[in-house]
Unconditional design. Structure first.
Length: 173
């Protein structure tokens, strides 16, 4: 099952579905290990406005698009509503570049290869995601996507990977 199908099939009734842009923003945010609150602050908007854009309840203004692109260290054209790029390919945008954060520390953004080679990076990212059943579903979707990308790249998963998955399923991570 694809990540998108998994996300859509696990949404409780009444929960708004993310648009393509919303999914793209969510993947980029997760990839960089920042919370929605931090992304919204760094982009100079509220978390509620960010959510409205991600669910299609509000249009993405050119000004907000520029600020979000800066916060996520991507080209603004990637955040166009009409973009037809597959969500799994968005992960390939990660490169080892400096990304500023609210605390003023510039952090290196890991690539997918680095995630697959170093389970500590993956565990650190998983700890930034919500807890409870919705968070566990999101974490499992991320793990599934990483597995798919590893298969596509013919890259082996680290030995600790199955232990990380077990801890996610058990609610320990």
């Amino acid at each position: 099952m694809s990540t998108q199908a998994l996300l859509e099939s696990t949404l409780p009734e009444g929960v708004p579905e993310l648009t393509t842009l919303g999914k793209r923003l969510e993947i980029l945010r997760i990839e960089r290990g920042i919370s929605k609150q931090h992304l919204a602050r760094y982009a100079g908007t509220s978390r509620q406005q960010l959510w409205r854009v991600m669910t299609g309840k509000s249009e993405l203004t050119s000004s907000l698009k520029e600020r979000l692109a800066g916060a996520l260290a991507v080209d603004p054209s990637l955040l166009s509503n009409a973009g037809g790029q597959s969500n799994t390919h968005t992960f390939a945008l990660a490169s080892t570049i400096g990304v500023g954060s609210l605390d003023g520390i510039v952090r290196s953004v890991p690539t997918i290869s680095e995630y697959l080679e170093d389970p500590q990076l993956l565990a650190a990212t998983l700890r930034t995601l919500p807890t409870g059943d919705p968070g566990r579903r999101l974490k499992r979707a991320l793990l599934n996507t990483l597995e798919d990308l590893a298969v596509e790249a013919a890259q082996p998963l680290p030995l600790d990977y199955s232990e990380i998955r077990r801890r996610v399923i058990a609610g320990e991570l």
